[in-house]
Design a protein around this ligand. Sequence first.
Ligand code: CP
Ligand code: NVA
Length: 300
Amino acid sequence: MKQSIRHFLSLLDLSPQEFKLLIKRAISLKNNRDPNYQPLKGKVLAMIFEKSSTRTRISFETGMAYFGGNALFLSPRDTQLGRGEPLEDSARVISSMVDCIMLRTHQHNTVTTFANFSSVPVINGLTELLHPCQLLADMQTYFELRGDITNKTVAWVGDGNNMCHSYINAAKLLKFNLNICCPKEFQPNSEIVQSAAQLITFFDNPTTAAKNADLVVTDVWASMGQEDEQKQREIAFADFQVTAEVMNQAKPDALFMHCLPAHRGEEVSAEVIDGPQSVVFQEAENRLHAQKALLELLLK
Ligand code: CP
Ligand code: NVA
């Protein structure tokens, strides 16, 4: 294992200062697009997707292109990873030929193992536990529209999933208050909660959770890999939809975010996601700018 390699497996791989600098850098890259700035010329990013993706794939691939580098899309269907070649061997081989690896996979320990055996930086492009790249874009969007999020209140409504865990990590780094409202059987990981306990308040009703919030966030009821649980989850989460009534409890200038893809009529009403407080498309575009800032940090 090489200690000196800088990976991005969790937001907690950044210090609070680095997180804020990354957000500022992403905003600056967005506002000052310079086609001649190609800091990653000649660099190659391998992107391994064991799950579907629109935003993550396009933002990493175009981010590398804008920066003068290249990105390889590797699906397990077409590589020996899908036929059972050990992760450790795959990490050694792939990292011997590229400059950075992005991995979207199921279990979080797949990315940690991969990183342990990689000779280049590894980026977590989503696991069942965490989705740190999305938080770079979400926080960039909040900073662009409302300024610093420190001491503000974010309401998380829905599943205690990878996005919820990443919001907890973001709260810990940026020191915002987090109201969490999930069904009893779908609470977030208790160790992650414990690590930021003083910033978190639990609620069992979305309208109470959203009271005076500056930002309301949700995500799908059934994440990738949980498709078989869709019907059962629709019942469990029926009272956990972000509706206009929920948004009305938040501050009048509160924003609504969702990492997308969204299911209108499930975790969020069409009225909210397509309404004036929703910033989901700015949030999605910011995946590109935030990831360029991340690639620059890890690779330049
Ligand atoms: N939000 C997000 O990660 O989207 P994709 O699954 O399309 O990459
Ligand atoms: N929680 C969702 C996020 C998708 C970007 C999932 O893991 O499928």
